[in-house]
Design a protein around this ligand. Sequence first.
Ligand SMILES: Nc1nc2c(ncn2[C@@H]2O[C@H](COP(=O)(O)OP(=O)(O)O)[C@@H](O)[C@H]2O)c(=O)[nH]1
Ligand SMILES: [Mg+2]
Length: 246
Amino acid sequence: MGASDGRSPGRHNDNQPSSVKKESKGEKMALCAVGGATLAYILYKWYQRPTTSHEEELKETEEIEEATAEFDEYRKGNSNKVLALGLPASGKSSMVARFIYDEAKTEYEPTNGFNIKNMSMDGKTVEIWEIGGSMSKYWYTYLPGTGVLVFVIDASDSSNFPAVRLELQKLFDNDGLKLEKTKFVLLLNKQDLTGGSLDKDTINSILPNESCMKDHVVKIVQTSLLQATVDEFNTIKNTVLELLYQ
Ligand SMILES: Nc1nc2c(ncn2[C@@H]2O[C@H](COP(=O)(O)OP(=O)(O)O)[C@@H](O)[C@H]2O)c(=O)[nH]1
Ligand SMILES: [Mg+2]
């Protein structure tokens, strides 16, 4: 019976595997084609990816440096804010009065909040901001845009020095002031009560450590805002303005 089928089992068996073989070859080819296309696509995407080669990075750095230099140049001509800070009764209002009216101030009224005055100098307007000493917690809100920060210190009252040191340290550490390259003038005031000036060791005891000040230009001025002559105060005024437009 088996032979009368006209098919030997062997033949049948031969045909079956060969058709299976054919299908799997097709599948393999299809798989290869899909795999190849995927690989080609991945490679294409990889080559198209945004790259930052060393040269590109250097170019980017150069561009940033150029823009920063341009901005510094712009600031030189446009920075016009002088900010007076200091503990209460150190002499901030006295300094503003000498800047604006060249008058020594003898009475004392604490400045509530802030006090902004404009001064014309060589065709430019300079803004002088005084922020009340009792507002030290909020000083940071008035810092942006400061070209020169004048920190006024009552040099005749050594009991204030630790508090002055602490406030200075916070200001020198302020990231915004570092970024804006704000210059500092430390105005050691009331020297009519100290016998003329403070010695180096005393000044060093008021200053925060060197590393804290390294990001800023710092000038130390010793004076008596009450007794300085017009010429003496003009020298201080010029120091501040030169720093402002440096
Ligand atoms: N003896 C002396 N007193 C001063 C001097 N500068 C300011 N004062 C006085 O210190 C007090 C406080 O000054 P003020 O400018 O109002 O301080 P502010 O609170 O920092 O604004 C006032 O009575 C001023 O007359 C100074 O150089 N010598
Ligand atoms: Mg005041």
